[in-house]
Design a protein around this ligand. Structure first.
Ligand SMILES: O=C(O)CCC(=O)C(=O)O
Ligand SMILES: [Fe+2]
Length: 565
């Protein structure tokens, strides 16, 4: 039965005809907005998107993944997701050429045509929905949102979820997730199934999308769930209808009136879950097409008409910067996995009571958990910084997830162990933060030892906080995501002699008297006085629960390097 929280709305052609008073359109718009306010989800059918075209789009998508599997040379544009058992392909929808460019070169011309027609229909549907939302929300004009979507800044993600074997197996090909929590086989394109952590049965981890609207078509294999009123509810499948959900940007523009709802895809196991009659998909692959509609890249994330977005950290960003911030990379890597603070709060409220309880009575266990959390977060932070600042080529990094965030880790074993040793050595000093300790990452020239840039995590010496672990996690996640925003602070056209080092910089005390365990180590650096006239630190992110700040400083070079990207 169709859930009332997620209604089906038919955008029939007759709404646009015989509607001189605009009443029918107004009613329809109200229903659209009501659904998006209640659950953030709705199902929609439209004459612009006939069933035949939907079926063809699914058939073509399956064919693209299957041909790729069958061919010996797998297409580099098809990505094995690092943790979810799925492959995906991102298609830039700006034009027919961009669509063609992003599809594997072997894609048949008639298949390109189907996907181009499908995208065309979705562009129309997107505009209709944006009009409905503007009308339903009584925005200054019916075209208010349409006007902010003039450049077809949409991405189509073709998705193929693998067959899933739910029992846990040791696998020689298993890769250890950097967070150390999961063992998964990196899906090799020739393999039919993957192993997921016991009991998880997750095909796509919970996340919210982050543009304006997502229009989703699936092949009907169930599994999509939305987190509504503290519960995971199935999103129904209706043949001929698409699933619509709201991204966090539109949610913030509407001051949270429209919900950017958390959602996920689970794998139903027919042997275990007999309560769900739709549970008939054990072992099945699943195909879907997610169309992410974003506003124009240069538009500000803060609109004067709708007021300030709720998230201060992102309020001065452009749409392009926001997408990069939330994806922790470029928009072509968009994973849509980071939660906004509001979403995380909702999730914590129902999923982490145990943790919050423990935080009220700090224990040794908590201290160990906090230290482990910091170690993991700092390692990821450091790798992500090297990735974003392009200290090493991007193709030497692997994609992974930490604290529900997509990030990148350098694969070079020397870099991995250097970072690991540094973090092991300095993390407890940092957490004790009794003398304005700073973690410094210096990007410098190995030949003449000049500094190009320094990045700092600076702790306030006088305050110790005992924030609940869930808050620290949330803030560390935001810290990691904030690294994305230093992608453009200066050029990354580095000479070959570029390198980096990690240092613990200690405060104003005379280092000889400070009796620090790290005093004679490679990691220690006495406080460097702010003697350079050009010293001007910029703040990237304050980590409220830990009273520390992420800052950076760029040192001018003799020759001004061109900005790349
Ligand atoms: O495949 C699905 O049903 C959902 C995919 C999704 O939510 C996403 O890719 O953002
Ligand atoms: Fe999604």
């Amino acid at each position: 039965m169709l859930s009332t929280a997620i209604p089906l709305i038919e955008l029939s052609a007759s709404i646009y005809e015989d509607d001189a008073t605009g009443k029918r359109m107004q009613d329809l718009s109200q229903r659209v907005v009501n659904a998006l306010q209640t659950s953030g989800f709705l199902l929609v059918s439209s004459p612009f998107l006939p069933l035949d075209l939907q079926k063809s789009a699914i058939r073509v998508t399956r064919n693209i993944f299957e041909s790729n599997k069958a061919s010996n040379s797998s297409s580099s544009t098809i990505i094995d997701h690092p943790t979810d058992p799925k492959q995906y392909l991102m298609v830039d929808c700006h034009s027919r050429e961009s669509i063609l460019n992003d599809l594997p070169p072997a894609t048949a011309p008639e298949h390109v045509k189907v996907l181009s027609e499908y995208v065309e229909a979705l562009e129309t549907l997107k505009m209709q929905l944006l009009e409905c939302i503007a009308l339903g929300l009584k925005l200054p004009s019916k075209s208010y949102l349409v006007d902010l979507h003039q450049t077809r800044n949409s991405v189509l993600r073709l998705l193929q979820y693998h067959d899933v074997v739910t029992e846990h197996k040791d696998d020689a090909n298993g890769t250890q997730n950097i967070a150390g929590t999961e063992t998964r086989r990196h899906p090799n394109t020739s393999q039919e199934s993957v192993v997921v952590t016991q009991g998880a049965k997750i095909r796509c981890k919970e996340h919210s999308d982050y543009g304006s609207l997502t229009l989703l078509l699936t092949d009907g294999v169930p599994g999509l769930q939305a987190f509504v009123n503290g519960q995971w509810i199935p999103v129904p499948y209706i043949e001929g209808a698409l699933v619509v959900n709201i991204g966090s940007l539109l949610s913030e523009w509407t001051k949270g009136v429209l919900l950017a709802t958390l959602h996920r895809v689970v794998h139903y196991d027919v042997n275990k879950d007999t309560t769900d009659s739709s549970n008939n998909s054990s072992g099945k692959t699943r195909t879907s097409l997610a169309f992410f509609a974003d506003p124009d890249p240069n538009v500000s994330t803060t609109l004067k008409e709708t007021g300030k977005g709720r998230n201060d950290q992102t309020s001065s960003m452009s749409v392009a910067e926001y997408i990069q911030y939330r994806s922790g990379g470029t928009s072509s890597e968009r994973e849509g996995v980071q939660f906004t603070p509001q979403e995380q709060g909702r999730l914590n409220a129902t999923t982490a009571p145990e943790r919050n309880r423990r935080a009220e009575q700090p224990s040794e266990e908590d201290a160990a958990e906090l230290t482990a959390l910091w170690k993991g977060a700092l390692e990821i932070f450091l790798h992500q910084l090297l990735y974003i600042r392009k200290v090493y080529p991007r193709d030497t990094f692997a994609s992974t997830r930490f604290l529900e965030t997509q990030c990148h880790v350098c694969r070079h074993p020397d870099v991995v162990s250097y970072i690991n040793e540094a973090v092991e050595a300095i993390v407890s000093e940092l957490i004790s933060k009794n003398d304005c300790n700073e973690l410094v990452v210096e990007i410098y020239n190995q030949t003449n030892m000049t500094s190009y840039e320094e990045y700092y995590i600076s702790f306030d010496p006088d305050t110790k906080t005992e924030a609940p672990i869930a808050d620290v996690e949330k803030d560390l996640r935001d810290l990691i995501c904030s690294v994305g925003s230093v992608g453009r602070v200066a050029s990354t056209n580095w000479p070959d002699s570029v390198s980096f080092r990690i240092l613990l910089q200690c405060g104003n005390q005379d280092p000889d008297k400070s009796n620090r365990p790290l005093l004679d180590s490679n990691w220690y650096r006495a406080y460097r006085k702010k003697s350079r006239a050009d010293e001007q630190r910029r703040i990237v992110y304050d980590v409220p629960s830990c009273r520390c700040t992420f800052q950076y400083q760029i040192y001018p070079t003799e020759t001004d390097m061109d900005t790349d990207d």
